[in-house]
Design a protein around this ligand. Sequence first.
Ligand SMILES: O=C(O)[C@@H]1CCC(=O)N(CCc2ccc(Cl)cc2)[C@H]1c1ccccc1Cl
Length: 298
Amino acid sequence: MTPPTEESRKRTPTDYIFGKVLGEGSFSTVYLAKDVHTGKEFAIKVLEKSHIIREKKTEYVMREKEVLRILGNSCPYFVRLFWTFQDRDRLYFVLSYAKNGDILTQIDNRKTFTIHCARYYAAELLLGIEFLHDKGIIHRDLKPENLLFDENWHLLITDLGSAKILSSEKPEADKSKTRRNSFVGTAQFVSPEMLTDSQSSFESDLWAFGCILFQMVCGEMPFRGGSEYLVFQKILKLEYAFPEGFDECAKDLVESLLVIEPGKRLGAADERRYSSIRQHEFFSGRNFDDLGPPPKLG
Ligand SMILES: O=C(O)[C@@H]1CCC(=O)N(CCc2ccc(Cl)cc2)[C@H]1c1ccccc1Cl
């Protein structure tokens, strides 16, 4: 029996010094933590077993772990899962630490988040979505808060807890079949089909991509309202408007993504994902095989 390497050795909470809270979800708290042996920093997502069981979310926890395992470190645009461990009361996910925060903070700084930043990060987001969909996974909760930055200001997509893995044996059947999923994403980014027949598909992520692009370009969400119900009404009626001065190319791309009928969204019919979005004029001049260095940000 070969002794475990540092990498493979099972971790316990005592391997880390827990620091500040980086974020809180409904079922988890994420802490900044330092590995006592290497000094490396991680984001450790901690979940209370009793809370997960009471809220019947065990399936989501197991799925998030499975999705992160499938992703491994094969795509640079996703937060990476290094280890998981548990103690009597809690589950621990040791994740990459996104030390430059999330894109929402940057989008809100309209002086520095220019159309060039919007184009660059929309391109990185598209590459991440292509990778995820090619693995048969739908994110289902894409939104600026879930788009983080690594130490070099490249995008890191996170929160795979809402993802759905389309079973490989019957990918088509999965899409057509209307299943009563209880899951709905975040109100302002949820697609019409997730509201009407609670059926999410790859195109649901393309809808969210359109909403995020709108917000990157003008700083506002396309569908806003005083309550979730009012937001849902606007989504189902496609009730949104472009502010004065909205980039014309970006406007055309947003309009081709924010389409009620999933199959009619730009990219939905692509042989190879997502050639028709890559070829849109908004990305003209972009080399998706080498997007170059990120723009200077905050
Ligand atoms: O899938 C795994 O890697 C193991 C398998 C063994 C195991 O017991 N767990 C924890 C399973 C679990 C999930 C939810 C609750 Cl509320 C309690 C236990 C899993 C686990 C351990 C640590 C962190 C996350 C998970 Cl899912």
